[in-house]
Design a protein around this ligand. Sequence first.
Ligand code: ZN
Length: 44
Amino acid sequence: MVVTTQREDATWYECEDCGLLFDERTDAETHEHRCDATEPTSTQ
Ligand SMILES: [Zn+2]
């Protein structure tokens, strides 16, 4: 899940699974889909 975080007057998008921060929501969402921290699914 991607969550928004306010830091130093800027909005960051954080991957809740591994804690990585992104300055673009799309980057965070793209990462989330391939994040190693997410639980494995039946489709790998
Ligand atoms: Zn992640």
